[in-house]
Design a protein around this ligand. Structure first.
Ligand code: ADP
Ligand code: MG
Length: 296
């Protein structure tokens, strides 16, 4: 193994497995993420030295210093080994706070190997969609509640999405910690952005009428009020874009922009009605009922 590379979580049990691991690492060289069997169990190999950075991401990083609002900034740029450090540091912070995360099987300078976690939420959603709309939407509500708990623990995921969340035995877990917006903007702004991003999935996938509302209430019950206030600033900032985007909705908007539009429209309405919106009275009884008296 090269310098800076080591096996973790108890070390490799035998040189045979060490050899198998080396073979897997060589085979995965071109791929950013791949799964494989190591010593009879599924592992995920994530490489930060494969694939060039997407041009959109580069442009976002380049423009970040002149962004008018902090929530629009990209995570700080890191090289491949800095990305490995970030992913492991954040994963450990989540573990320490009591959330499930994969075990770290091996860490290299630019690659990590993780244990397999079952029950990725996106897979469950796909399975439930045609058989049980109630259970399907319950999972979306649960995801919002789980994000509230993450934020309540002082953490931020960075890009919460059902494909990076898992739920088993009533416990929520997370994978993919490569974004670190909390290092580029205040924590509450990064958490507000997290909620906005998750709602792009919740609003797009909800099958029942009251799911978005229940999801927002589940978040509010567990999450910090300050993050919802930051979400409100994000939504207010984007509001002028909603009518022109709405005109293009059916003709030219791609899937991501349609999701953004749907979530932002819903959040705008909802934040006004629950009193988190800046135009509404912050001390309304309803606000207190929903957010309680927790600290911002
Ligand atoms: N340890 C794991 N167990 C199960 N599935 C995983 C694991 N790691 C990654 N995946 C699956 O692979 C997908 C891509 O991995 P991720 O770490 O999110 O890479 P990327 O940064 O390319 O999105 C995840 O969304 C998840 O569905
Ligand atoms: Mg991912």
């Amino acid at each position: 193994m090269m310098r800076g590379e080591r096996a973790v979580e108890g070390g490799l049990p035998s040189s045979q497995i060490g050899e198998a691991l080396l073979r897997l690492l060589l085979l995965s060289e071109e791929k950013r993420i791949s799964s494989a069997i190591l010593d009879g169990r599924t592992v995920w190999i994530k490489r930060y030295d494969a694939e060039a950075r997407h041009w959109g991401k580069r442009l976002h990083e380049l423009l970040s210093p002149v962004m008018p609002k902090s929530f629009l900034r990209a995570s700080r740029r890191a090289d491949a080994s800095g990305m490995v450090d970030r992913e492991i540091r954040k994963m450990e912070a989540f573990r320490q706070a009591g959330f499930d995360v994969p075990d770290l099987v091996y860490r290299g300078r630019t690659v990590i190997v993780l244990s397999h976690v079952a029950d990725i939420v996106e897979h469950e959603l796909r399975r439930l969609r045609s058989v049980d709309p109630d259970e399907h939407d319950e999972l979306l509500v649960g995801a919002a509640g789980a994000l509230g708990h993450v934020h309540g623990a002082g953490l931020c995921h960075g890009r919460p999405h059902p494909r990076d969340m898992f739920m088993s035995g009533g416990r929520w877990g997370f994978v993919d910690f490569e974004e670190e917006p909390e290092a580029a903007m205040p924590l509450r702004a990064a958490q507000g952005r997290d909620i906005w991003l998750l709602f792009m999935q919740i609003s797009a996938n909800a099958m029942l009428q009251d799911t978005e509302e229940r999801a927002l209430a589940a978040y509010a019950q567990a999450g910090p009020k300050g993050a919802l206030e930051q979400l409100d600033s994000i939504v207010s900032f984007c509001s002028p874009l909603l009518p022109p985007l709405g005109l293009l909705e059916n003709a030219v908007l791609g899937k991501d922009l349609r999701r953004l539009l749907k979530a932002t429209r819903y959040l705008k309405r909802a934040l006004v009605s629950i009193g988190a919106h800046s135009d509404a009275s912050a001390s309304s009884r309803k606000t207190k009922a929903i957010f309680g008296n927790r600290d911002a």
